[in-house]
Write a protein that binds this ligand. Structure first.
Ligand SMILES: Nc1ncnc2c1ncn2[C@@H]1O[C@H](COP(=O)(O)OP(=O)(O)OP(=O)(O)O)[C@@H](O)[C@H]1O
Length: 337
């Protein structure tokens, strides 16, 4: 478990003091994948770098598995850091060393006998699917393959925690997906706690269990990813979600609708379309789908529909109450014209 308590990080610049992280407290459970989302400058990297003391917090504490890192220095801090792997957006591989040598380099700190080190490099490269690239140089690899080397290197010393700093931001969507799947495999098979920072909500949707949203150095919302997608509270959170689930209906189509426009959301196993069909059959209203999607978050469906509903206002109200009674969340976007 990682406990971040009242952590603040300020930087002194020529223009004065800049606050990177502003009094953040967070608990990240053992074995989970935790996503930290925010726009550029929100303080994500500062917070992540404070989590392994790559940067020393100005105040506050970071405790990993009961050990207060902020209280450690020198050799004890170095030993504790070996148990926290890190991967980066731009990989930072050593270009003059082969893939195998890059991974072996990370093992040096653990001072393994040579035979064991060779065996461990082979194991790690197998884990990330790069056994055939051991003697190749980084310049001969694709971005996704470079990140796989980065992951193998980060896992070299059997860490309990893996910190990912925008690990997929330099990759195309397909490669991103393959790296995210690899991270999930590592998390599930090796029980490594993963903390990732990203500005892409899709990344969080794909693999995270819980998440936090940062703005101006602060955490403005946190919780289970499915709960946040289905019940976002902060405006910024809603904005991030709309980058994944958006209801952009062309203006001429909306202008041609004379009925009420409603947004209907179904959580979990509720069969959304069935409820809507029943509603239209039972009440004297007409429904017209304008947009619809079923998103799968943590393998649980979240159904979202935008529809025009026509009929007598009293019947529309009854229809909405009926849908709500069957588990839907209904929001009237616009009343009938
Ligand atoms: N070394 C530094 N010196 C001075 N200011 C810094 C330093 N590092 C970060 N900051 C400032 O702290 C704030 C948070 O930056 P940070 O890089 O943590 O945000 P971020 O959310 O990770 O953004 P990005 O995704 O662009 O890296 C910004 O105002 C930034 O300018």
């Amino acid at each position: 478990m990682i406990t971040i308590s009242k952590l603040t990080k300020t930087y002194e610049t020529k223009k004065g003091m800049v606050t990177g992280v502003d009094n953040v407290s967070l608990t990240i459970n053992k074995g989970e994948i935790f996503g930290i989302v925010g726009y550029s400058g929100a303080g994500k990297s500062s917070l992540l770098r404070c989590m392994n003391l790559l940067e020393r917090p100005t105040s506050g504490n970071v405790t990993v598995d009961g050990l207060d890192l902020t209280g450690l220095k020198g050799e004890r801090l170095r030993q504790a850091r070996l148990k926290i792997g890190m991967i980066f957006q731009h990989f930072y591989l050593i270009s003059q060393k082969t893939v195998g040598e890059n991974v072996a380099f990370a093992l040096k700190a653990a001072r393994l006998p040579k035979g064991e080190s060779i065996k461990r490099v082979d194991e790690l490269l197998k884990m990330v699917g790069l056994s055939d690239k051991k003697d190749v140089y980084p310049s001969q690899l694709s971005g996704g393959q470079k990140q796989r080397v980065g992951i193998a290197r980060a896992l070299a010393n059997n860490p309990n925690v893996l910190l990912c700093d925008e690990a997929t931001s330099a990759l195309d969507p397909n490669t991103t997906l393959s790296i995210l799947r690899l991270l999930k495999k590592i998390n599930r098979e090796l029980n490594i706690t993963i903390v990732l920072i990203t500005h892409e909500m899709n990344v969080v949707k794909e693999i995270c269990d819980r998440m936090a949203i940062m703005q101006d150095g602060r955490v403005i919302e946190e919780g289970d990813v499915y709960d946040i997608f289905s019940e976002p509270k902060a405006e910024l959170t809603k904005e991030f979600i709309s980058s994944v689930v958006s209801f952009d209906v062309p203006k001429p189509i909306l202008a041609a609708c004379t009925g009420s426009i409603i947004k209907v959301q179904f959580k979990g196993a509720v069969a959304g379309e069935g409820v809507i069909t029943d509603t239209v059959q039972h009440f004297d209203v007409k429904g017209n789908f304008l947009h619809g999607t079923i998103e799968y978050i943590q393998e649980k469906p979240l159904g979202l529909f935008l529809m025009e509903i026509q009929g007598d206002p009293a019947n529309i109200n009854r229809a909405i109450t009926y849908m709500e009674g069957r588990g839907a969340k209904v929001e009237v976007i616009r009343n009938g014209l």
